[in-house]
Design a protein around this ligand. Structure first.
Ligand SMILES: [Zn+2]
Length: 470
């Protein structure tokens, strides 16, 4: 079905606007709401739970919508049921492209735990409920709408705008971002990329903080292995593998790893100090004060574990395996440690430091292979895109503060950052309650309807500010 361009008026020359915005097509956002909601609900209603994913069903839908408006698409699939979709609006080539991307898969559901049909995209109490409403079909719908609006406006672009819908973000990036980066990078190569990872905090009906994700920690899991002599449990042994392992896990689990700030986290804590009540602000400011930092870090470890983690390469013991019979001393015991490294961590040196903390030759550290994301430097804060995001945040959410953030988890931005793309994670506005209790991966995932529309406008504004011909 062809959807007619409605609600778009070319603004032309408006003398009072700064020149950067002069050519942006003005959109009547109220008139776009029904269409945005239609795409968003349709996307949520396609069950793309990973595993198995079946993201090609989402790709078929996107392809139909884009091509109906004359936007050509290409698909790239490592596995037929798990296709990537790329669409490109051409600019004049004077500047490098912008990539807007979102993942098409969602995590699975336990249906019996849901108060509504998880794939119903049910509208209730001002929210849209369902798996993927906050992760990541909101960004997918926003990116789709930006492409359609740009195409309909006929606006001249300095930069290509590339749309990527990628499968497999939830644990199988080999079919998605890895495949695209390793085998089809020219199709998505860009100076800047926008995707999930950030957000905006709603407090008392207004947005107080806009978070832009500019860096992330790197998962670097290891196994600790302790070896000893097996034997009858009635004769205790000094080299009992279990005892040696337990001591090592305890030492590493309580080790206060060195604190180190980077450009993103420094700007983050400074910004946070500016907008926090005095007692909190003093803590964030005192982090680099040698007299105060230990006590402050201890406080954060207890009350703000996310902030504690942002300051350092962190270690969380997660799995223990040892023993099989109560009267047998096992010859081997092992533990898994989930290490989340700072982006610039020298992991070999970090392992050496761990070995010194363990101080026990019976225990060795073995890096775990896996679907690892590469280490990637933080994206810069002095780019045209980051500045545009700050301006757009101010315009759409007046009085808000924009903070760059380093995520403690991992996203598909890592692979792109490692290729030199400056990536920024954004997201719709939600209250802390929404995010903590109704957020991504929860059994009651939902998004405020009004936040969805505002987020589409946010994405559109950021893309047009940076991509349109000036
Ligand atoms: Zn996601």
């Amino acid at each position: 079905m062809r959807i007619l361009a409605c609600g778009i008026v070319l603004a032309g020359v408006v003398a009072s606007l700064p020149s950067a915005f002069a050519q942006a097509p003005a959109i009547d956002w109220k008139k776009q709401e029904a269409e945005i909601l239609r795409y968003y609900r349709a996307l949520v209603q396609i069950n793309s739970s990973n595993p198995p994913g079946n993201e090609t069903a989402v790709v078929e839908y996107l392809k139909k919508v884009l091509e109906a408006e004359g936007i050509p698409t290409q698909t790239f699939a490592l596995e037929p049921s798990r296709a990537n979709l790329v669409a490109r609006l051409k600019g004049n080539g004077s500047k490098r492209p912008i990539l807007i991307f979102a993942h098409t898969d969602v995590v699975g559901v336990q249906r019996e735990k849901w108060p509504v049909d998880p794939f119903g995209a049910v509208l209730q109490d001002g929210y849209i409920w369902g798996r993927g409403t906050a992760d990541d079909k909101d960004k997918l719908a926003a990116n789709l709408m930006v492409m359609l609006l740009l195409k309909r406006s006929g606006a001249a672009l300095d930069r290509d705008v590339i749309f990527l819908a990628e499968p497999g973000e939830e644990g199988t990036p080999r079919v998605g971002i890895n495949f695209m980066v390793e085998q089809h990078f020219p199709e998505i190569e860009a100076e800047f990329a926008l995707t999930e990872g950030g957000g905006a905090t709603l407090e008392g009906g207004r947005v107080s903080v806009v978070q832009i994700a500019t860096a992330e920690k790197v998962p670097r899991r290891v196994r600790l292995v302790a070896k000893g002599t097996s034997g009858h449990a009635s004769r205790p042994r000094l080299d009992n593998a279990l005892v040696h392992l337990s001591a090592a896990v305890s030492k590493l689990g309580t080790w206060v790893t060195p604190m180190r700030l980077n450009e993103t986290t420094q700007a983050y804590f400074e910004g946070l100090a500016r907008i926090s009540p005095p007692e909190k602000a003093a803590r964030y400011k005192g982090l680099t004060n040698p007299q105060q930092t230990d006590a402050i870090q201890r406080y954060l470890a207890e009350y703000e574990p996310n902030h504690y983690s942002m300051l350092r390469t962190s270690i969380s013991p997660t799995i223990l395996k040892a023993g099989f019979r109560e009267n047998v001393i096992p010859s081997e015991a092992e533990a898994t440690l989930d290490i989340r490294a700072l982006p610039d961590e020298d992991i070999a040196r970090f392992h050496e430091a761990m070995q010194r903390i363990i101080a026990d030759p019976a225990v060795t550290i073995e890096p775990l292979a896996g679907d690892l994301r590469p280490a990637s430097p933080p994206s810069r804060l002095d780019t045209e895109m980051f500045r545009a995001l700050e301006r757009v945040s101010q315009r759409l959410y007046p009085g808000s503060t924009t903070l760059p953030e380093m995520g403690t988890g991992a996203t598909d931005m890592a692979q792109l950052r490692a290729k030199g793309v400056q990536c920024y994670g954004i997201g719709p506005a939600a209250t802390d309650d929404d995010r903590i209790n109704y957020g991504a991966h929860s059994d009651v995932e939902r998004l405020p309807e009004s936040s969805l529309y505002r987020f589409v406008e946010f994405t559109w504004s950021a893309v047009t500010e940076v991509a349109l011909s000036k």
